[in-house]
Design a protein. Sequence first.
Length: 632
Amino acid sequence: MFFIELINNVSLLIVLTMLFKITASRYKFDTLSQRVVFGLIFGLVGLVGMMTPLHYADGVIFDGRSIILFVAGFFGGPLVAVISALIIAAYRAWIGGTGVYVGLAVIMISAAIGVFCYFLRTKVKVNLSWLHLFVAGFTVHVIMLLLFLLLPGDDGIKVIMEVGPTILLIYPLATLLVCLLFQDYDEKENVRRDLHQLAYYDSVTGLPNRLFQVENINSVLASCKTPECKGALILFSIDRFKTINDARGHAVGDMLLCAVADRLRTVIDSEYTLARNTASEFSVLLKGMFENAQDIDAFALNQASKIHTGLKFPVYIGKDEIFISISIGIATFPRVSEDTAGDVLRRADTAMHHAKQDGGNQTMLFEPTMASHIEQKFQIERELRKAISAGELRLYLQSQVNSSGAVVGAEALVRWQHPTRGRVMPLTFIPIAEETDLIADVDAWVLREACTVLASNEIYNRPISISVNISPRHFRQSGFVMNVKQILADTGADPTHLKLEITESLLIHNVNDVIAKMLELTSLGIHFSLDDFGTGYSSLSHLKRLPIHELKIDKTFVQDAPTDPDDAALVESVLAVAKHMKISVVAEGVETKEQAAFLNARAEVLHQGYLYSRPEPAEIWVSKLSEAVSVA
């Protein structure tokens, strides 16, 4: 009879344990408050079990409290064990009887052994095997039985002799079963907590990630039901972070990100969400009650100023002292009832990129005009991709003349004849093409068209050269030299009449590779012209190493040379360098006779500018050249 009642008691415990699992699955095992809740639930489970105990004698009862408290300590840790033990101990003290002190001792020791196993499991970071769990349960209940020796007289020995074997047969197995049930739950909970950490937190800084922030923004948008409820997203990126990564490596870059995150934690109030979105990009989500849009704007700008101030001091990584600056974009919301997190992020990103484009280390508040500018750039980029294959580009040529005014060459230029926009000037679409690989496609198209003109019957046998601008992005492509050779082969152009114009910005990275490509092309007879000389990264040592045949003086120096002594000195210096190195010179932007006379008085210079001709469609330029030759 005692055996059957004990089985019933343990069965009730297991049922209560399953109910606990269902309840616990609704909570996360992370915060102090949640551990308190778990302690209360364990205590209540133990209490319910004690309400239907197995009475052995007056004041001596058996129930599942030892199992419950061991499990509470083993899976919940010290706080859960203490809370549940206090609840169960209070109830046991209230029941009273001769075995009350033994009962209280069983409660404390069961919880303590559970906590010991909790720390053991935490240290080895693996779940204990079923054998370990059985031994732990057996140990708990051996000690429990030995505690009965504290009963007066020989009552303890009598209890041990009569019910000990039954207890040691059932309770360790019940402990094992309950632990396995919880261990299964614990494993699933750990997996859930980990799949959550990976999904919502950045592995480098430990901050919430972009997905977390997106869900937060949507939550704030959904909760803003009144006109006074407003939010703001502060999006910012470390300026020139790639330079730090390239110079010191990704390990130092990661340490810098962690240092920045730590600094930001001290600057941003805990009520606002700080996240690392991507790479060197962070964000802060603000929310509050504001009477009007100006108030949230001012508040967000003030927070941005705090961020700037917090990051102005250097970061020390090893022996490196690193100074950083950030570009901040701010988007306040909601602007319209249909606002989404994507809309907010897009506006903040637009404002941030405007801050970067203006030199960085500043803050931009999103304005609608920014969006229209971005949309226009997007449309132009998309339409330009189609324009190249659709035959919408046009080749224009601008004459280059000698001191006598005779045409000796031309610069190839590109125009875009859009089917609906009309003529689109280079200043509109070339900068957009420069930001993408489209510039390589545009360059290749111009080069092919220019070579086609050089190979034409009207030009081929004449001493006329055509210059083609090559962007640094295009020049650095691995297949650039091969593509030039292929175009020459396809068109039949004479390479000795082709000039490739490069800018000084090409020379700031991998000079040896640049020189190798230039030498390979000059071996074919192609000439190189250094465009905008004096405006970029001029280096006479580079100029000495490069196979340069021509320098182009930028028009900003030419225009004021006759009247400005400083510009005159710069032009004269360029002419002196060119003469010493036996390099020809082309002066751009020659628009007046005074400018032409100034240049002719100092050196043999080719002139290019409106004084002689404006850019014209290639076919018209070729036709005029042919007519001029015929008349001559």
